[in-house]
Design a protein. Structure first.
Length: 118
């Protein structure tokens, strides 16, 4: 099982980016999917989560600006980021609880850089 993230880049303050993360491999089902981020010199933090049923949770610092969604048919989770601020600069990682065979394991994607700067 692999998670492949894409969509990062350089954007000006106030701009938008959409991240995507596709899961592939021998997948029976995917439970909760997450986006984390790690700003330079800081610890990794949870940004948003979405359950298989579509319930969502957000870190307070991104509420109202970021939207997490998923396409279960494509095994893909998205993060729409609007009104971006310089403090949103970080490496963004996707994460998911995936059932493969009999077991549910937690998997990480490789990370994608988001830089918010003028």
């Amino acid at each position: 099982v692999q998670l492949q993230a894409s969509g990062g880049g350089l954007v000006q303050p106030g701009g938008s980016l959409r991240l995507a993360c596709a899961a592939s491999g021998s997948i029976s089902s995917i439970n909760t999917m997450y986006w984390y981020r790690q700003p330079p010199g800081k610890q990794r933090e949870l940004v948003a989560a979405i359950t298989s049923g579509g319930n969502t949770n957000y870190a307070d610092v991104v509420k109202g600006r970021f939207t997490i969604s998923r396409d279960n048919a494509k095994n893909t989770v998205y993060l729409q980021m609007n009104s971006l601020k310089p403090e949103d600069t970080a490496v963004y990682y996707c994460n998911a609880d995936i059932k493969s065979g009999y077991y549910v394991r937690n998997y990480w994607g490789q990370g994608t850089q988001v830089t918010v700067s003028s």
